[in-house]
Every structure is written in C-alpha cells, then in structure tokens.
Design a protein around this ligand. Structure first.
Ligand SMILES: [Zn+2]
Length: 216
C-alpha cells in the first residue's frame, strides 16, 4: 500500500506521511487529526478499531502496546477526539465553544489523577511519578489527552492554530509563518487547484492552440 510516489501521479488516497505541524508537540492535536479526509471521498481513521487505537496510544506513550483495548475504549477515544476538534474549531473561528465539548473534556480531565505524586525510594530518593494502575490505562490516557488539549487551547500556541487550507483535508495544525497546509502534499494540491481555477477563469486566447502551444 505504501508505494513510492512517482512524478505527478502520487497516491492521493494515502494519508500524509508525517504529523501536521505542532502535532508532535501536542498529542491532543494529533488526536484531533487522527481521522483524515482524503481526496476522492476517502477517509482513514487511526482509531477505527480497538487494535488501531491501541497502536495509536502506544505510539504516543499513553498505553502499553499490549494493553488490549476494547471497542468501548476506542469509542471513548473517538468521542474525546470529536470534542477536542469542536474546541479547536471554535478557537480557530473565534466562536464560543460548545458547552458539551467543554463538559466532555473536563470529564476526561478529572477522570484520573493527572498529577505526578511525590515518592521516595532508597535508589532514587525523592521523585515524582504518576500512578498508573493497569485497570485505569484508558482513563489516564483520556486525562493526559484532555490535559494536553487544555494546555494547547490556553497556551501561547493557541493563536497559531489553524485548519489546513487544502480541501478536503480536515487536519488542524500550528501555523508557521504563512504556511497553512498540514503537509507538502496538501500544499501542492492547493497550488494545483488555484492554478487550475486561474486557467479555467481566463478567456481563451485565439493565437494559442488548444493544447497550449502557439500556432505557427
Ligand atoms: Zn492538509
């Protein structure tokens, strides 16, 4: 499936190869971007199955690779994703956030103690560590993601949040400079669409052949 892109005929229905700008720094942004709309009406959901959701959490150091997530767990992650997306969308558009999304993120925030407690051991002395009972893996993951979303939405980077400007892409990103595309592929597609629109809007030039070559 992951073939190499050749020339202009790249595999447009594959997901972008890299996280959106900012998504490596903020796991909650990566969560928001974990269901991607692709050209041609395709859609890929990295939380679509329990196994996929487990892989996603493991890749973000939020669960062991063998946590054995169930569908109810994956569904809770997908639900938090939609609420985080609602909050990001409201922030980007300068609108009041939906109360339901605020409540859901706050519910996740308070589900498990996110605070790292103070411990002492002979080997390490005083140190801080989060309590991670295995029965609460999902609650801790949801709490960590909700905490991260709150950090993103209230921190200095919130002003750089933006939606990818290359339809049909639905990823959010942190803008760097003027770039407002989540990936090189989205940027290329947006530029190609603009060039096509310009050509389509331009009246036909009589001295130019239909194939674009000047008449002799
Ligand atoms: Zn994009």
């Amino acid at each position: 499936m992951a073939g190499t892109a050749t020339g202009a005929a790249g595999p447009a229905d594959e997901p972008p190869a890299s996280p959106a700008p900012g998504a490596e720094e903020y796991p909650s942004l990566d969560l928001a971007d974990s269901a991607i709309a692709l050209p041609g009406g395709h859609f890929i959901d990295f939380l679509g199955t329990p196994a996929a959701a487990n892989d996603w959490l493991a890749a973000h150091a939020l669960a062991p690779a063998d946590a054995g997530l169930r569908e109810t767990c994956a569904a809770q992650l997908r639900s938090l994703r939609e609420h985080v997306r609602s909050l990001i969308a409201a922030r980007v558009e300068g609108q009041a956030p939906p109360a339901g999304a605020l409540n859901a993120v706050n519910d996740a925030l308070t589900r498990a103690p996110a605070a790292e407690l103070l411990h002492w051991s002979a080997e390490r002395g005083l140190h801080r560590a989060a309590a991670h009972p295995t029965t609460q893996i999902l609650d801790h993951a949801l709490a960590a993601l909700a905490t991260d979303a709150a950090r993103l939405l209230t921190g200095p980077d919130a002003d750089r949040l933006t939606a990818c400007g290359s339809p049909p892409c639905n990823r959010y990103l942190l803008r760097r400079g003027r770039r407002h595309w989540c990936s090189t592929r989205c940027g290329d597609r947006a530029r190609a669409a603009r060039a096509y629109a310009r050509r389509a809007a331009r009246p036909a030039e009589p001295e130019t052949g239909a194939d674009g070559t000047p008449d002799a």
